[in-house]
Write a protein that binds this ligand. Structure first.
Ligand code: PAF
Length: 278
């Protein structure tokens, strides 16, 4: 496994790895956990060369305090990646990714008007900026993203269409801690007590799936919100039940779409998201 800091080094290594190699790419912001490792393992299974990027992208943080707090654990990340068959780790600094300011404005229409797009203005524009730049540097055949960030996945698929890129986007299942809590780099920022209580988010979503037939969509949204807010450590920012393609609010179970319940919840200062297919 090689650690590379510049685009030049990265592209040289990819070229040296032999023509015709299929390149799998896992973009990350570091603070790696088993969720990331599952993406890397899938990439290893599907490709002959696997690149993981580690870059905390300032352009996707709408809150400077969130950016400052975001965990940075390069050494531990590299140790964890050594347990996989990842070939190249690309950990550039901001100047390498953005030699000049990226002023592109993407338009994701309705997809970005809800949930994360609504509560974190500019977030998805920053994600699209960095992912498109990284795709341009790595030129992957396949790129791997976790379903925990369900809306991000929809945005990236849309971006790939808009830019007419040839990369295949591969969604990967949410990996959960034993308590049910969806794995996230942000979990590291929780105290032990907060972490224990944060598991109520997933437990509520699992119960919601069971309760679905007994409640209307609106009742289920309220039920999820109340259940989570009843825990003194947790504060719901949003609960939405949306269709899995356009991410628009579902009004009735009769709508012929796959439905997904998505939540954003503060646990202390830490903002967590999770979702479940109903
Ligand atoms: O999901 C993430 O970790 C980030 O949003 C991504 C895709 C690596 C872009 O910075």
């Amino acid at each position: 496994m090689k650690l590379l800091k510049t685009v030049g080094e990265l592209q040289q290594q990819i070229q040296d790895s032999g023509k015709g190699a299929s390149v799998g790419f896992v973009p990350t912001m570091g603070a790696l956990h088993e969720g990331h490792i599952s993406l890397v393992k899938q990439a290893v299974a599907d490709n002959s060369l696997v690149v993981v990027s580690i870059f905390v992208n300032p352009n996707q943080f709408n809150d400077p305090k969130d950016l400052e707090r975001y965990p940075r654990t390069l050494e531990a990340d590299l140790n964890l990646l050594k347990t996989t068959e990842c070939d190249l780790v690309f950990a550039p600094d901001a100047k390498e990714v953005y030699p000049e300011q990226d002023t592109r404005i993407f338009n994701f229409g309705k997809l970005e008007e809800v949930m994360e797009g609504k509560f974190r203005p500019g977030h998805f524009n920053g994600v699209a900026q960095v992912v498109s730049r990284l795709f341009d540097m790595v030129k992957p055949d396949k790129a791997y993203f976790g379903l925990k960030d369900f809306q991000q996945l929809a945005i990236i698929k849309n971006m790939v269409k808009q830019l007419d890129l040839s990369v295949e986007i591969v969604p990967c299942a949410i990996v959960r801690e034993d308590s049910g809590l969806a794995m996230s780099s942000r979990n590291e920022l929780l105290s032990a007590e907060e972490r224990k209580n944060a598991s109520v988010i997933a437990k509520t979503l699992f119960s919601a799936k069971e309760l679905k037939t007994q409640k209307s969509v609106q009742e289920l949204v309220e039920w999820i919100s109340n259940e989570i807010n009843n825990n003194p450590f947790l504060d719901v920012e949003y609960v939405e039940i949306v269709d899995d393609e356009e991410l628009q609010t579902v009004k009735s179970w009769d709508e012929p779409t796959t439905k997904i319940a998505c939540v954003a919840v503060f646990c202390g200062k830490v903002r967590l998201i999770d979702n479940i297919i109903l």
